[in-house]
Design a protein around this ligand. Structure first.
Ligand code: ADP
Ligand code: ZN
Length: 257
């Protein structure tokens, strides 16, 4: 039998009333997070970033991950690595990604389940680019409910379309770690390197043609998630391409902190 927490009556000084009052104190045990009452005593933080392609999900997810000490899970980054490594999964996903379509839910759920079973996800994670369909969102809810967890915060980045095109043209991606950079002009592949030392390259799907296809798919398949999550969504509107990323991340942290 597993013991999740123990309760005991301790005498604890209650400063407000300046006298000793017996209080029930619950001491958590580090064995399992689900208690006998069916309530989760140590719920995971599960943060979703919604937004169109190039809305900045990756950049902000990385910041949130650093600020909260939980990993960023980007299905796009995982897929690009699989493609680069030429794995079976990569081969199956490649054509969908290059044409601006979505990779089938079945493959996505497979990589997602594998990733969240890793140790660093024990306290939660910030999701960037997942879920992207209603089916994925429902499956996510089911998976989380299995250990009495739930999505804790949802942020929607509502970014003006012209900014999405502008960012796509300026975006370069690190070949090794997938970090993205906005490089407006005079790009010199010899000198412009990622902080990790990796080469910065143009992603095959960062062209205006592919972006318009991706935006079409976003409207059809991903936007309905905003209604699915309803009033749990914190909306952040970005109207100018000059709004500093720091300002946006501060607003996000205020909403989810
Ligand atoms: P961006 O950061 O520009 O929004 P991503 O890196 O998240 O793009 O995704 C790149 C591509 O990978 C998508 O266009 C799609 O083909 C595929 N992909 C990533 N995540 C998912 C997902 N959850 N469901 C289906 N396809 C996905
Ligand atoms: Zn890098």
């Amino acid at each position: 039998m597993k013991i999740n927490s123990i309760s005991a009556n301790f005498s604890v000084k209650s400063y407000g009333q300046n006298k000793l009052t017996p209080k029930k104190v619950t001491v958590p045990m580090p064995c399992d997070s689900v208690s006998f009452t069916g309530k989760n005593d140590n719920p995971k933080k599960v943060i979703i970033l919604l937004g169109a392609p190039n809305s900045g999900k990756g950049t902000y997810a990385r910041q949130i991950s650093e600020n909260l000490g939980i990993p960023q899970i980007s299905t796009g980054n995982i897929l690009r690595k699989e493609v680069k490594d030429g794995t079976d999964l990569g081969l199956q996903a490649k054509s969908y990604m290059e044409s601006g379509g979505l990779v089938p839910d079945e493959l996505i759920m497979q990589i997602f389940k594998k990733r969240i079973s890793e140790k660093d996800c024990a306290n939660g994670f910030v999701l960037d680019g997942f879920p992207r369909t209603l089916n994925q969102a429902r499956q996510l809810d089911n998976i989380l409910s299995e250990d009495k967890n739930t999505v804790t915060q949802i942020v929607n980045l509502d970014v003006e379309k012209s900014i999405l095109y502008y960012r796509s043209a300026a975006r370069y991606t690190c070949e090794d770690c997938s970090r993205t950079y906005s490089i407006k002009e005079n790009y010199n592949p010899e000198t412009a390197k990622c902080d990790c030392g990796g080469r910065l390259v143009k992603r095959a799907d960062d062209t205006p043609e592919v972006l318009s296809k991706r935006l079409e798919n976003y409207d059809k398949q991903t936007k309905p998630l905003i209604d699915y999550y309803g009033d749990r969504v914190s909306n952040i509107t970005v109207q100018s391409k000059d709004t500093p990323a720091g300002e946006i991340i501060d607003t996000i942290m205020d909403k989810i902190g």
